[in-house]
Design a protein around this ligand. Structure first.
Ligand SMILES: *Cc1c(COP(=O)(O)O)cnc(C)c1O
Length: 525
């Protein structure tokens, strides 16, 4: 099959930008262009060779398909090349530093993968009899114990499937607790301005009304404004600690005390737990519920939307309201799966069930492996190294880029910069796009909203000083070009398979169905 038959035409004007010559094929060195699988496949080709069936006729009667199904047919090597070519257009933590702030894209130890692939964990079925999956349930139970230990909390709901799902779990516990107290009229949830978008979305989804709490000039929650807003209509505050400006909320204990005194609960967004694991126990700060993104703090490949896991640790006040099912180790060592509200009438207050089954087995196995292989000293070092690396980035670049909270003292695990000082017409996106040409995935852009043109860089603890120096050098160079008004930045990236896409259009009006261009079939015949 040749390139032209595949329907891809090397006419992209971007191929000429930045002085690079367009090639005949459209390929750039060994980076190969690739058309959609529907464009390269045809209905005459197949990768499998079935023997002729021995069933005469069809039992489908008049339900038999009359036209071809329209799926692309490819030989096996064509299929392998298609997906391999696409995979090379992707960026991965196994290729290089991934500075996305808030996402905690850290190296994923191979040991975790090895453990998660053991057949006793990878091949179990959620409906298997409990006696045949004692090992897998043991992993869930042991991980639960460690999460409680590391956070200083009372209980944990293991089934939420992502951070945002864990937020919903916590908010539903709070709702159930308020209703039990006869205070279901408390409807307001206070959320700081800098919060991740999932926080207000979760609160609204759970039926609460969201109100913003302002930040101080130094990037922390305005404690006085928060205290002033507390009252009989407030159900909870949702606070991120360390917060999304990369700063530790030093006043969280005082905030929790005030919130509790006002009859409300404290939800903590624990997505940034990797900055404090082994050093601070959220339970000691008065937190009532907090999700832990296992896929961030305790590693797991999680780019591109999955898989996630968001166990939610709960205080003594909220634990009785946690969801089913959960595991419990019985006196004889046997692990039971508590599935029913009515089982012995032990759990009358549970808000119910969030997912069909028990949670993400693969993630549980990876997280427990991560915790046990690091040990207490290793987990503490995770937090210390994450913070050290972020401060190295902050202090190395504060003379090049505006660092709005640099005066607030050391940052936690992420460093934040703004677009202050960029000449007219230049914005954060120009720096981010130019970083792609330098071989780096861009940092998180325009978030949190409290910083203008925010660039949120989270190097994570698994990067070496040499890797950080390379990244810092690249960002300093690109930022310097932005400050100097270098116009070539406006069309970056120049070396990527695609340059600037209309991301808004792609998000708002995505084309999800491929339509064969009119007339193609006739022309081919
Ligand atoms: C990632 C993140 C979330 C959401 O977690 P998901 O697992 O993506 O649902 C919430 N808050 C913060 C601060 C985060 O970084």
């Amino acid at each position: 099959m040749t390139i032209n038959q595949s329907g891809w035409k090397p006419t992209s004007p971007q191929a000429n930008e930045g002085g690079a010559r367009a090639t005949f094929t459209g390929n750039k060195a060994l980076m190969l262009e690739e058309a959609l699988i529907f464009e390269i496949g045809d209905d005459q080709t197949t990768g499998v060779d079935f023997p002729a069936g021995d069933v005469a006729g069809s039992r489908l009667g008049n339900l038999t398909r009359k036209a071809p199904i329209g799926l692309p047919g490819l030989s096996e090597p064509e299929t392998v090349r298609h997906y391999t070519r696409l995979s090379r257009q992707n960026y991965a933590i196994d290729l290089g530093l991934f500075p996305l702030g808030s996402c905690t894209m850290k190296h994923n130890p191979r040991l975790n993968e090895k453990m998660a692939r053991l057949p006793g964990f990878a091949d179990v079925h959620p409906l298997q009899p409990v006696d045949t999956v004692q090992g897998a349930l043991g992993v869930i139970n042991e991980l639960a114990v460690w999460l409680i230990e590391l956070t200083g909390m009372h209980g944990v709901a293991m089934s939420p499937k992502a951070g945002a799902h864990g937020e919903l779990c916590g908010m539903l516990c709070i709702k159930a607790a308020l209703e039990k107290r006869g205070e279901g009229h408390r409807k307001v949830v206070l959320v700081p301005e800098s919060a991740h978008g999932t926080n207000p979305a979760t609160a609204a989804f759970a039926g609460f009304t969201v109100e913003d709490i302002p930040a101080t000039a130094e990037g922390r929650v305005d404690t006085e404004a928060l205290k002033a807003r507390l009252g009989p209509d407030v159900a909870a505050v949702m606070i991120t600690n360390p917060n999304t400006c990369g700063l530790f909320e030093r006043d969280l204990k005082a905030i929790s005390d005030a919130v509790h005194a006002a009859g409300a609960y404290v939800y903590c967004d624990g997505a940034n737990f990797n900055a404090i694991v082994g050093r601070v126990r959220p339970g000691d700060l008065g937190v009532d519920a907090m999700h832990i993104n296992l896929h961030k703090t305790f590693s797991t490949p999680h780019g591109g939307g999955g898989p996630g896991s968001g166990p939610t640790v709960l205080s003594e006040a909220l634990a009785p309201f946690g969801p089913l099912p959960f595991t419990a180790r019985m006196k004889d060592g046997h692990i039971a799966l508590i599935e029913e509200e009515t089982a012995g009438d032990d759990h009358p207050d549970t808000f119910g069930r969030m997912t069909a089954f028990h949670g993400q087995m693969g993630m549980f196995t990876r997280a427990l492996t991560y915790i046990l292989s690091h040990g207490a000293d290793g987990l503490r070092q995770v937090a210390e190294d994450a913070v050290l690396n972020a401060n190295y980035v902050l202090r190395s670049l504060e003379d090049t880029l505006d660092a709005p909270f640099a005066f607030s003292g050391p940052c936690m695990h992420e460093a934040i910069f703004s677009d202050e000082g960029f000449p007219e017409g230049f914005s954060t996106i120009d720096v981010a796009k130019a970083l792609i040409d330098e071989g780096f995935h861009p940092m998180t852009m325009y978030f949190p909203l409290v910083v203008h043109g925010a660039m949120l860089v989270e190097p994570t603890e698994t990067e070496s000083k040499a890797a950080l120096d390379q990244f810092i050098g690249a960002l300093r160079s690109v930022a310097g070009r932005a400050m100097a008004g270098d116009q070539s930045l406006k069309t970056a990236p120049h070396f990527a398979p695609r340059s600037r896409l209309d991301e808004t259009l792609a998000a708002r009006r995505p084309k999800l169905v491929w339509k064969e261009p009119a007339g193609t079939r006739e022309a081919a015949e």
